[in-house]
Design a binder for this molecule. Sequence first.
Ligand code: HAM
Length: 448
Amino acid sequence: MAIDIQAVKGTQDTLPRDSYKIRFLEQTIADIAIKYGFGEIRTPVFEYTELFSRSVGSTTDVVQKEMYTFEDRAGRSITLRPEGTAGAMRAFLEHGLYNEPMPQKVFYFTSCYRYEKPQAGRLREFHQFGAESFGTESPAADAEIIGLANEVFDFLGIKNLSLQLNSIGCPQCREKYHRALKDYFKIEQSELCGTCVDRLQKNPMRILDCKSPVCSQIAKDAPKMIDYLCEACNDHFDIVQKYLKEMCIEYEINPSIVRGLDYYTKTVFEFVSDEIGAQGTVCGGGRYDGLAEEIGGVHTPSLGFAMGMERLMLLIDAQNIELPREENCNLYIATTGEKASLKAAQIAADLRSEGVFVLFDVVGRSIKAQMKYAGKIGALYTVVIGDDEIKSGQAKLKNMETGDLQDIKVESIADDFSSIAMQDTVEKLSLDSNFDGIDLGSLLGGNL
Ligand code: HAM
């Protein structure tokens, strides 16, 4: 019986025609993160389930409804990571990075798994760029990490994103707040969904991000955490804002931002767009000063954020931002006959070892079909080698853009091709009236 040739619901493939965008984004974003002192961390795609129930929180939607959890063959409960922070913190503690100078700053690109209802911008397998700064209490670190996310968007030329900021305080001020929330929701208890009735006792703040329309309607007028902050949390929040103003980062205070994960304390933030549909939060994060202790480690005040790569791509497409394509094939060698094909293989090997992008026919097409193919893939130059060229030792190199032909010795194609192409590029640039003061060396180095 035939199998279903279909990806699992809520997952998607990235084909070669699009993957250059992801590669560009990952490279560019990593370069920015490194400039801020972050180093890449890679953690396993699955962890013991308890890590997530303890950190993300047992009363959150993520843990209660969305995790991909299974028993391994030895009966241990394992979960595919629904997010990247818990694994990064586990690795920080497990490898004793707290013995190193603080803060320890890490970034990651990870796949994440949540059993949510798929829609535009919401997948069951999705990808995050995340950054975490472990071991600092300072509000300067909050501003720095927000600055990193902001710079990524700026660098990519993304506009119209709103940075929404809030503080959800510390366990001390939250006690008073929880009492106020319980009093508020008790009155409407009969209207709440079953999960939220349970949350009312265990963790009333989680009612605030329930996805049920009735619960979210009731939650609209609930008391706001920002009105219950203790003095220390209030001061922290004020200083974060002072830094953001100094860094010219625009934001708005949104007391409704509580984030859907339990580990947050004090500053929380989201970058939100109204151009990509209902799932407009492209990036979310905040401080999580109690997480390390919550999972059994040493006290390590920390903070971070994660950006959804699929939502970032939606935004890039919505704003028609062109990402640079990778280079085209520099030289396509069209061949007829075995001798010519062997020669082409040798030339290609020589040029490839110099970093030149070369292709030759490995299908057995006619010369006409090979030339059509070279045009289709956007080859910059072509050369035809057949019995005649092998005999005479002479071939014609064609510049596919201008159509110009020039003689080239078959034996020295590998030696001469780069300098001919470079000469053409110099001539083209000098004809271009906009060309002024570009670093020619690096440009040519990058081209060929
Ligand atoms: P989060 O808000 O759950 O936070 O996810 C961060 C980002 O991941 C979201 O803003 C969104 O862009 C993307 N995202 C979340 N769920 C999906 C989904 N089902 N499909 C597509 N994209 C999605 C966290 O994960 C925290 N670990 C962030 C953090 C890091 N906080 C501190 N450090």
